[in-house]
Design a binder for this molecule. Structure first.
Ligand code: DGL
Length: 254
């Protein structure tokens, strides 16, 4: 049985976790949210780097045996993936905006990236766009409000439809855009609702499925030696208390 650590600033990484649970069937998952520092999209790079370093330290000291770390956060991955790899020998998969598949499938050759302010404005993302979207015009858009809406939707099962509509409207996504990359793992949690605010020809693209496929191939050698064992429940950890949570969440200090 593999043990996979999935990390995000908040609940966004569960959009990746659900793909992982479908594809990697015999694994234990630990899901860690650094909600004391939420939203990551407004944090400076140095803060994110130090949080990732602290996460790895906590994993070694407190969580123990882990086979794979998934940084299920575009902001942390684009800011601190290299930093993370300096501090552990474990395999790490980062989640970065799916601009490549979006550009490959765009017919209008006009795509948009919707991410956090930190992800949209960093050099890693700019390089990703320069390297993988040639021949496509790319709009880079950002929103922190959508992170808030997704958190509220997850924890309180309440969608702030008006706030969502207003937020999408003020992004002024050009009509010729036919692929909208959800470059923040919070956004697929409200993807269906985002879609209702967009013209039908705009397709949403995210990285969740590709990450799960990558995890399967990385764990492949492991899995062959393992008999089918049902997956256990996910253990949740958070760095700040969550009020009214239906889940059992252990409070940790990173
Ligand atoms: N879910 C995160 C991402 O993919 C970060 C959201 C936030 O904390 O701002 O970027």
């Amino acid at each position: 049985m593999s043990h996979i650590l999935v990390f995000d600033s908040g609940i966004g990484g569960t959009s990746v976790l659900s793909h992982l649970q479908t594809r990697v069937q015999h694994a234990n998952f630990s899901y860690v949210m650094d909600n004391a520092y939420l939203p990551y999209g407004l944090q400076p790079q140095e803060v994110i780097k130090s949080r990732i370093k602290a996460l790895i330290h906590w994993q070694e000291q407190c969580l123990g045996n882990v086979d794979l770390i998934i940084i299920a956060c575009n902001t942390a991955s684009t800011y601190a993936l290299e930093e993370a790899r300096k501090h552990t020998g474990l395999p790490i998969i980062g989640v970065v905006p799916a601009v490549k598949p979006a550009a490959l499938s765009s017919r209008s050759r006009h795509i948009a990236l919707l991410a956090t302010p930190a992800t949209s404005n960093n050099s890693y993302t700019h390089k990703l766009i320069a390297d993988f979207t040639s021949g496509c015009k790319v709009e880079t858009l950002h929103s922190t409000e959508l992170v808030r809406i997704a958190e509220r939707f997850y924890w309180h099962n309440a969608l702030d439809q008006l706030a969502l509509y207003k937020e999408i409207e003020q992004l002024h996504i050009p009509d010729s855009v036919d692929r909208l990359v959800l470059g923040c793992t919070h956004f697929p949690l409200i993807g269906e609702h985002i879609k209702t605010c967009l013209p039908p020809h705009m397709e949403l693209v995210d990285s969740g499925e590709a990450i799960a496929n990558r995890a399967v191939s990385l764990l492949a050698s492991h899995e062959t030696s393992i008999k089918k064992v049902p997956a256990k429940e996910v253990r949740f950890y958070a760095t700040a208390p969550i009020l009214d949570s239906k889940k059992e969440i252990a409070l940790i200090d990173l």
